[in-house]
Design a protein around this ligand. Structure first.
Ligand code: ASP
Ligand code: MG
Length: 413
């Protein structure tokens, strides 16, 4: 069997859903697990619904919710599906003011994937395919770490294998990426862009021969085509290169995607949605490395936090483990570390957890910070490339080795 994953951009309209059908047809009689994200920008729209409700703006929340429903109804109609009878529509927002924000977030935001997969599954069924829709909140078991739920592999593997190995299972299963559920039936989400991770887990559980991520780019490129004019396709990578790229901030695949695949030696293919016969990029045990062209990776929305010991104690020896305990406890994602005799600086994703972490660090250290930063990682750099990258930019901090440069850059105001 193979796993196919279609992201939001691939199913942003009716034409996208028809294209999914075409790509599946090219596979012929292969058993397929089809993982689908929310359509277009639906996840962002649903996040706004939660924000509005949490700040008491009920009318705006309802308008936003209705917009999301209308967007899906239009796509259904264009595909010849009947809203209400072919596909159930949720009239009420699954929000309970008595519950914490993050728990509500998961109940509301997960509806994007519930809707998209129903549309894809029913559409494929109506085209005469052998299809089954899976409700991942019942199958992919997680804990209650809302918005970043941890998957219970043993339970999920058993349930999913049992569902897949049934004798009369239809040839194609359509399942939601990004969402799972708790033992008591609440929906959870796995972190933004988590559908790739779902695809990798399913590939692992079902011993897939490959996992393919269908994207709106030709494959894995050496730079973001929206930023760099001349990008090059990287046809073959090793797992470790892919981990490094995604960790550095390359928005190609979710960083958690690689491990479940590497563990079972399952190749990951990244292919262009608009050109299904093209080779794209292949990540596997036998990938070619190291990559011999410069690769530019931007990690946006960074904050640089600098700690200085209050009592002039030698900060590294005394306090290193303390700093990292606090960072870990507050779920910060560290992208770079730099130390001097009396200071330590960490560059982290500027998430909602940062203010709490800074407060905790301030109890023990003098803390200063700079936000509105980006981290640029250049792999395969040369002195000339580095000089060019620094042109016209305010560099807050740089770390270079012979082949890799990492620059913390101030965003242009
Ligand atoms: N729909 C979710 C998001 O936009 C998950 C995904 O696309 O992978 O974050
Ligand atoms: Mg998405």
């Amino acid at each position: 069997m193979k796993v196919f994953k279609f992201g939001g951009a691939s199913v942003k309209n009716a034409a996208g859903v028809r294209n999914v059908e075409q790509i599946i047809r090219l596979e012929g009689s292969h058993d397929l697990m089809v993982v689908v994200s929310a359509m277009g920008k639906t996840t962002n729209a649903l996040e706004r619904v939660v924000e509005f409700l949490a700040s008491g703006k009920e009318e705006q929340a309802l308008n936003q919710w209705v917009d999301v429903m209308d967007f899906h109804v239009d796509i259904m109609k264009e595909l010849g599906l009947k809203p209400g009878s072919d596909i159930r529509l949720q009239g009420e927002i699954p929000y309970d003011p008595a519950l914490p924000y993050d728990e509500n977030y998961d109940q509301v935001v997960s509806m994007g994937e519930i809707l998209s997969t129903q549309i894809v599954a029913v559409y494929l069924l109506k085209q005469g395919m052998s299809v089954e829709w899976w409700n991942m909140p019942k199958l992919l078991r997680t804990d209650t770490t809302w918005r970043e739920a941890i998957v219970d592999d043993a339970t999920s593997r058993a349930t999913i294998r049992a569902g897949w190995d049934r004798p009369n299972r239809p040839q194609i299963v359509v399942a939601q990426g990004f969402i799972g559920g708790t033992a008591d039936g609440k929906r959870t989400t796995l972190g933004r862009e988590g559908s790739d991770y779902t695809a990798a887990l399913l590939g692992n559980y079902l011993d897939a021969e490959s996992v393919t991520i269908w994207k709106d780019v030709p494959g894995i490129l050496n730079a973001d085509p929206r930023i760099e004019p001349n990008t090059v396709l990287i046809p073959s990578l090793r797992y470790q290169d892919a981990v490094e790229l995604s960790y550095s901030g390359a928005q190609i695949i979710h960083p958690k995607t690689i491990r479940p695949l590497e563990n079972k030696h399952i190749p990951l293919l990244v292919k262009p949605f608009g050109e299904p016969e093209a080779a794209g990029s292949r990540i596997a045990d036998d990938g070619i490395g190291p990559i011999n062209i410069p690769v530019y990776i931007w990690r946006k929305n960074q904050i640089l936090i600098t700690m200085r010991a209050k009592d002039f104690a030698f900060v590294l020896e005394e306090s290193l483990s303390e700093i990292f305990d606090i960072i870990h406890a507050h779920r910060l994602k560290v992208s770079l570390i730099q130390s001097s005799a009396v200071t330590i600086s960490v560059c982290v994703d500027n998430t909602r957890f940062v203010p709490g972490a800074i407060e905790a660090l301030q109890q023990r250290f003098n803390v200063s910070y700079n936000d509105h930063l980006s981290l640029l990682t250049i792999r395969g750099t040369t002195p000339e490339i580095l000089d060019q990258a620094k042109q016209g930019r305010t560099i807050m901090l740089s770390q270079t080795t012979r082949r890799t440069a990492r620059l913390v850059v101030k965003d242009n105001e």
